[in-house]
Design a binder for this molecule. Structure first.
Ligand code: NAP
Length: 491
């Protein structure tokens, strides 16, 4: 597929290290494919540990000067980056859609969403404050400063190729850290385009470095960062097994960690809910990005009194979703990211049906002229906890419906998972709203709302969904140390 961009320079196919666009040291290349067809349309460096170390050399050298700039200076540069991202919204959306597969309309939304974090952290940079503590002993002053941690390594997944990396780089730069980053194998081009825009904005040499790598070479790149004591923090978004690996392997140099990991979100519809609002909320939260989001409802619990009515309304909406290539304006569900993803969805649905679930709509692969990686938006009823899709993220456009009888039962089932990222519920009973919101073991709860992410709110999980928060005033803390100064002899 040809990528026609208004600004062709946005299509970068080299690493950015120390302000230089470079190939991998050993010259290896990695193909970037259109997820619909699996056909390669570009290539980027397939980097190794040597490239990863060069990136850290640059970031470590740039850190002293960048961290000593005033917060206002850093904020102005980050704001310029933000303006350039918005100026190139359409091109960035095209790159996202082409390499990741989300419909263009959603890709434009992702650019705005990612940019909102960049703007937020540019503003927050100027509000970094410490404390002056009341004297504990006469003649002493006690002060608390916030300092940047140093070089930060960011590792991101493919499902939001712009937003996930922007919301790591922006707070790191705002805090005064320098960055080495590695996007996912499937979606390196959006990240490289963002790095080019940062360069155009005037972010100095070495402050932001980007290396790309294949799935095969990724462990080598990331291991080089894990072993390097100059890297003081790892910020990761991705799957829980890789997050646990990073937690274990970073112990040798005790790095600070932020882990935004997998979820298994429950979506509960109580008998007193506004059913139209609940259907709208589920459509927004479940089918965005074809169901490939970490906060996607994975288990939909509907009270038996409203079950049939809810399923009928939902099935009508889901059955009407338009499946098609991401670059087609009318598309609402694009291709899944790759063949492995479609296979996993199909396996989950087959397992559910074999264990007694019934397909109300969808339930099959869709073969378009465009390629084999499409799956029909699906509603299943009679789902049970024994099914694979209740324990594992399906990461696809499948809504399995579980019938429940009472509040205690549904809270127990909703919490019966090692994950704790997001949860949603619909109810019009104020007492129940407070009870349920407190009882759900997740980092985020949508109450009568399906779209919860916002730059001003803390995004993150509990349990095996990780720790650390992105966005909000808490999002900068993860990139800073607290330093205490005690000055004596003042009496
Ligand atoms: P993934 O396989 O964990 O990959 C994420 C990143 O880690 C990629 O850059 C990947 O590189 C890299 N990686 C893979 N194996 C590695 C290793 N052994 N050592 C170091 N790095 C390694 O996850 P994914 O399949 O791309 O993304 C989907 C997952 O991300 C889901 O579980 C989803 O819930 C989660 N997610 C969470 C959030 C959140 O905010 N909590 C947001 C979005 C997604 P390669 O691409 O080269 O393999």
């Amino acid at each position: 597929m040809a990528l026609n961009l208004a600004e062709p320079a946005l299509l970068r196919t080299q690493n950015l290290i120390d302000d230089q666009w470079r190939d991998a040291g050993l010259g290896a290349r990695l193909s970037v494919s259109d997820p619909a067809t699996g056909e390669a349309f570009a290539s980027v460096p397939d980097s190794d540990a040597g490239d990863a170390r060069l990136a850290v050399d640059a970031a470590a050298a740039a850190f002293p000067a960048w961290s000593r700039r005033t917060a206002r200076e850093r904020a102005q540069l980050i704001k310029r980056w933000h303006a350039l991202i918005l100026q190139h919204q359409e091109d960035l959306a095209r790159i996202i859609s082409t390499e990741q597969g989300k419909p263009l309309k959603e890709a434009r939304g992702e650019v705005q969403y990612g940019a909102s974090y960049v703007e937020w952290f540019a503003e927050e940079a100027t509000r970094i404050c410490g404390d002056i503590v009341a004297e504990a002993v006469p003649g002493r002053k006690l002060l608390v400063l916030k300092e940047p941690v140093g070089v930060v390594a960011g590792i991101t997944p493919w499902n939001f190729p712009l937003a996930m990396i922007a919301r790591k780089i922006a707070p790191a730069l705002a805090a005064g850290c320098t960055v080495v980053a590695k996007p996912a194998e499937d979606t390196p081009l959006t990240a490289l385009a963002l790095a080019w825009l940062a360069q155009q904005a005037g972010i100095p040499a070495g402050v932001l470095n980007m290396v790309t790598a294949s799935r095969e070479h990724t462990p080598g790149v990331v291991d080089a960062w894990l072993l390097d004591s100059r890297v003081r923090k790892i910020t990761f978004t991705g799957s829980t097994p890789v997050g646990k690996h990073l937690a274990r392997e970073s112990a040798a140099t005790l790095k600070k960690l932020s882990l935004e990991l997998g979820g298994n979100a429950p979506f509960i519809v109580f008998e007193d809910a506004d059913l139209d609002a609940a259907v709208d909320g589920l459509m927004a939260s479940k089918f965005r990005n074809g169901g490939q989001t970490c906060v996607c409802p994975n288990r939909v619990y509907v009270h038996e009194a409203v079950h049939d009515d809810f399923v009928e309304r939902l099935a009508q909406r889901v059955g009407a979703l338009h499946v098609g290539p991401a670059t087609e304006e009318a598309a609402q569900i694009g291709p899944m990211i790759n063949a492995r993803a479609v296979d996993k969805i199909a396996r989950h649905v087959e397992d559910a049906v074999a264990r007694g679930a019934r397909v109300v709509t969808g339930g099959k692969r869709v073969r378009t002229e465009d390629g084999p990686h499409y799956y029909a938006p699906t509603v299943l009823v009679d789902a049970t906890p024994a099914m694979e899709l209740s324990c594992e993220e399906t990461f696809g456009p499948v809504a399995p419906i579980f019938r429940f009888r009472d509040e205690a039962e549904v809270i127990r089932d909703a919490n019966d998972t090692p994950f704790g990222l997001a949860a949603y519920f619909y109810s019009n009973d104020t007492r129940r709203i407070w009870r349920v919101a407190q009882a759900l073991e997740t980092g985020m709860v949508g109450i009568n709302e399906g779209a919860i992410a916002a730059e001003a709110a803390p995004f993150g999980g509990v349990k095996e969904s990780g720790y650390g928060r992105e966005g909000s005033r808490h999002g900068l803390d993860d990139y800073m140390h607290t330093k205490y100064l005690c000055q004596g002899q003042l009496g």
